[in-house]
Design a protein around this ligand. Structure first.
Ligand SMILES: [Zn+2]
Length: 254
């Protein structure tokens, strides 16, 4: 996601990964903890820890995907994890359409690759695994169900290991797919803008913002059909913010 980066704080954690500087703002842990403690607040501490670890790893992999491709195109990126998710910022990156589209795609693709490696790893450890469309596995299995697809494996003895795998697969596959929707400020919104501007240099920005308003509103309807307050709120906000950006951009042209 591309939102404003928070200012440095005393609680920041710093390290480098493949030479790319990473900063973790304390709000990242706070929001992750808040999300992990569900409803009644009686979630077992181990489940909360597994969730925080899975979220941390998933967002880090996603942002590193962006950052490594930014560096490939000659930039000097830095990664920040904060309360709103993650950010791979790069002031000196190549601004060409091709580079920008590949940089945007790299985040979700890094998550998909991690999910694929996890499923391969489960098989290599001798556990039966697979994925089924619109069917449940016959064997005694654990897994996740996403958009009619079941990803399953014969369970590990450790509940924490099964929980970690479920969270990692869920976050990386679902968040990767959501991120590809043509909605600002998701990665798909950036790709949509680049493509629209390539075809219509003058009106491309307006077209991509209109697409963003409609696509986010359609996701609100999906949220209504799922009865998910979180989906409705998230996409309702993105549709509204795209609409405001569209109005601001149009008035700036006059
Ligand atoms: Zn991204």
């Amino acid at each position: 996601m591309i939102l404003a980066e928070p200012p440095p704080s005393q609680g920041d954690v710093h390290f480098r990964l493949w030479g790319i500087p990473v900063r973790i703002h304390p709000f990242f842990w706070l929001v992750a903890l808040f999300m992990g403690i569900q409803g009644s607040g009686e979630t077992p501490p181990l489940e909360v820890l597994v969730w925080i670890a899975a979220l941390f790893l998933s967002i880090l992999v996603h942002e590193m995907g962006h950052a490594l491709v930014q560096r490939h195109f000659g930039g000097h990126p830095r990664v920040t994890l904060y309360g709103m998710g993650g950010l791979a910022a790069c002031a000196d990156c190549d601004r060409s359409t091709r580079s920008q589209i590949l940089i945007s795609l790299a985040g979700p693709c890094a998550g998909f690759l991690l999910a694929l490696l996890l499923l391969l790893g489960i098989s290599l450890l001798g556990h039966q695994s697979g994925c089924l469309l619109f069917r449940q596995p016959q064997v005694d299995a654990v897994g996740i169900r996403l958009l009619g697809t079941t990803f399953f494996w014969s369970p590990f003895q450790s509940q924490a290991a099964n929980g970690m795998l479920q969270q990692l697969l869920y976050i990386n596959l679902l968040w990767g797919a959501i991120n590809l929707l043509p909605i600002y400020p998701l990665d798909g919104g950036q790709i949509s803008r680049e493509l629209c501007q390539l075809r219509h240099p003058r009106q491309g920005m307006i077209l991509s913002l209109r697409i963003s308003v409609v696509a986010a509103a359609a996701m609100v309807l999906v949220g209504l059909s799922w009865g998910s307050f979180l989906v409705i709120l998230f996409f309702g906000y993105l549709s509204y913010s795209s609409y405001r950006a569209l109005q601001a951009y149009q008035s700036s042209l006059w």
